[in-house]
Design a protein around this ligand. Structure first.
Ligand SMILES: Nc1ncnc2c1ncn2[C@@H]1O[C@H](COP(=O)(O)OP(=O)(O)O)[C@@H](O)[C@H]1O
Ligand SMILES: [Mg+2]
Length: 287
């Protein structure tokens, strides 16, 4: 098997819990993530599901190198992050990108869309001159935003879905090999969700991207993912390929999630985003 692009080896994250009632109470530690191992291979889509507070975002932040693990280690192309040379660390920051739930909303309100998308081109790729503007336009085009209409706008002049497309363009600007997408469509209207997911699926196919896709939505899992990991209380309680887990979930959380989500035909024939979209099984059940 190929070397994983990104791998967590037995990582834990301990956060202090401070009691507000008792000023001098001893600080206890919470294991927000508890001994998790995950490997993401080139081109693979790994879905990470679990109830709120189960540690998904914390695992994502560790895998992005934003939060050092309390225990265990994160490896980029087989090498521990802590052991990367300055050059390798730059490659890591370029190749491993993130799309947050509200990435678009985190855009600098005073930067035009073109300026926001240009930042990774300037800083991560060292691009200069007229090539920057050309590349920005091409990226906007790839995410379905007509460059002539959008490049000079400010973030507040865009809808939530359009801002999230800018967030995706900004992640794509670095030409990543893996994107950690933390509930990337949860903040969007149901009608816009499917379009943004379709975009992410198309980019993945065109660019051989891998995703760690954090979501609550089993419709999304079935449509996009190859494998699924289920977290509960910081631990991995279930892991396997999508068909196996969704057709025969072992843990109670997955069973509950499955019971609450109308997911089409459990036999899987390739990627079925189009089908899932037609059947409107992405996101909430329509009224
Ligand atoms: N920076 C932090 N400091 C203290 N506790 C945190 C911090 N970040 C997350 N937590 C706690 O860790 C647990 C897991 O959080 P999180 O990773 O955000 O879960 P999820 O993304 O699955 O909803 C929660 O109990 C949360 O309150
Ligand atoms: Mg989260």
């Amino acid at each position: 098997m190929s070397t994983p692009i990104l791998e967590a080896r037995g990582v834990s994250q301990l956060f202090p819990i401070r009691s507000k009632q008792r000023l001098f109470a001893r600080t206890t530690m919470q294991r927000a993530v508890d001994g998790i191992s995950v490997a993401i291979h080139p081109g693979e889509v790994v879905a990470l599901v679990g109830e709120s507070g189960s540690g998904k975002s914390t695992l994502g932040r560790m895998m992005l190198g934003l939060l050092p693990p309390s225990e265990g280690s994160i490896h980029f192309r087989g090498k521990a992050l802590a052991a990367l040379s300055a050059e390798e660390a730059r490659t890591f920051r370029r190749e491993v990108q993130v799309v947050f739930q509200d990435t678009g909303a985190s855009l600098n309100p005073r930067h035009t869309i073109a300026q926001s998308v240009a930042i990774p081109l300037l800083h991560n790729l060292g691009m200069r001159g007229p090539e920057v503007a050309r590349r920005v336009d091409s990226l906007l085009d790839q995410v379905g935003l007509a460059p002539g209409r959008f490049r000079d706008r400010l973030p507040h002049e865009l809808s939530g879905g359009q801002r999230q497309r800018v967030g995706i363009a900004r992640a794509m600007a670095s030409d990543p090999s893996v994107i950690i997408a933390d509930e990337p469509v949860s903040a969007l209207d149901v009608s816009v969700r499917a379009q943004v997911l379709e975009l992410m699926d198309r980019l993945r196919r065109q660019r051989q991207l891998a995703y760690l896709f954090i979501t609550h939505d089993l419709g999304v899992v079935r449509a996009l993912a190859d494998r699924v990991l289920v977290m509960q209380g910081g631990r991995l309680v279930e892991a396997g390929d999508v068909d196996t887990i969704l057709s025969n979930p072992q843990c109670a959380y997955t069973q509950r999630l499955l019971a609450a989500t109308p997911v089409p035909d459990p036999s899987r024939q390739g990627r079925r985003l189009a089908e899932a979209m037609r059947q409107n099984t992405l996101g909430e059940t329509p009224p």
